[in-house]
Design a protein around this ligand. Structure first.
Ligand SMILES: O=C(O)C(=O)Cc1ccccc1
Length: 314
């Protein structure tokens, strides 16, 4: 297979990320390549050895997956083309024969820990937690004998010769993780009517109200925010950027206008893409912020400038 038909993902085999990737119809015709970390998966796309990479970006319990949010904000630009939502329930995987009383050390991805913390406190209060590169990597480490148990998808058990000691572990009901399919920058897919746009914004933090001005651009244009997170840029204390998802497509006038406003105000803006919403929910467009409203207003301005206003408009 060629690089063009290859999709990288956060591996190794048996991660939730792989399950999310396999839920995409186009994955059936691709070579799926497991990578050891989120940066490695994204770098496979940057270097051209893969056409796309699926990585976790947001979790309903823990919030943003920092490795992904930060990687997309820095380095050679990438764009998001699809999102996938996956309900998450963990199984406690052990080597065959292990009993719950034998479990002294447990592992899993750092994002898994807050999702099972309550369960651990209740059933394994003495167990020591250490983080793994992914949930499936934790399972691999249990197979190697490095830990007694791993929190992972039940489907990872046969891959690593383990058995699920407990299944359906999740502190929060409806815990969901969001994954994004990234690729090299290109034209975004056409609007579907139920889209999301992602950007990273670097504010000029040299005056009061900078964050308010940012929010005002979205509010004035009638654009609903779906996620906003501040992340350190790594350049010094107090230096932050904002990772933002909003409803709508960059081709929707209200979103385009809001982004143009932000481009004027911010020190820098990185467009991460406009792509179909996995939940297919269409936004509610507030009165005065539909495409026709922006077009009518632009036409009115042109006619003002040209002295072509009709008698009823003066
Ligand atoms: O895909 C995995 O298995 C991961 O390790 C990332 C992750 C972590 C927690 C919930 C969902 C995905």
């Amino acid at each position: 297979m060629t690089a063009a038909s290859r999709y990288a993902y956060l591996g190794p085999e048996g991660t939730f990320t792989e399950a999310a990737l396999r839920s995409l119809p186009e994955a059936a015709t691709r070579e799926l390549v497991p990578m050891i970390s989120v940066p490695a998966a994204l770098d496979a796309v940057r270097s051209g050895s893969a056409a796309g990479a699926l990585v976790p970006i947001e979790n309903s319990v823990e919030g943003g997956v920092s490795a992904t949010v930060d990687e997309l904000a820095s380095g050679e630009p990438l764009m998001i083309y699809r999102e996938v939502l996956l309900p998450i329930a963990f199984a406690l995987l052990v080597r065959p024969g292990t009993k719950i009383d034998d479990v002294k050390t447990v592992t899993g991805h750092p994002v898994a820990q807050p999702q099972v913390r309550g369960w651990l406190e209740r059933f394994l209060p003495e167990a020591q937690w250490e983080s793994a590169a992914s949930n499936a990597d934790g399972a691999r480490l249990v197979q190697e004998g490095r830990y007694d148990a791993a929190f992972a998808g039940e489907f990872a058990a046969p891959i690593y010769g383990l058995e699920p000691l407990v299944t359906d572990i999740h502190d929060a009901q409806n815990a969901t993780t969001r994954f994004v399919l990234t690729g090299r920058p290109a034209r975004p897919a056409a609007p579907t009517g139920a889209d999301k746009t992602s950007v990273v914004l670097w504010l000029r933090l040299d005056h009061p109200g900078a964050l308010l001005e940012l929010l005002q651009e979205f509010a004035t244009c009638g654009v609903n925010l779906m996620r906003i997170e501040s992340r350190p840029t790594g350049k010094g204390l107090g230096q932050y950027c904002f990772s933002v998802d909003c409803e709508g497509h960059i081709a929707d006038r209200r979103v385009g206008e809001a982004l143009m406003g932000l481009k004027r105000l911010c020190a820098d803006v990185r467009f991460l893409g406009s792509y179909p919403r996995a939940d297919q929910v269409a936004p509610t467009v507030r009165t005065g912020t539909a495409d026709e409203d922006f077009l009518t207003a632009a036409d009115w301005l042109t006619r003002c400038l040209d002295g072509r206003l009709g008698p009823s408009e003066r």
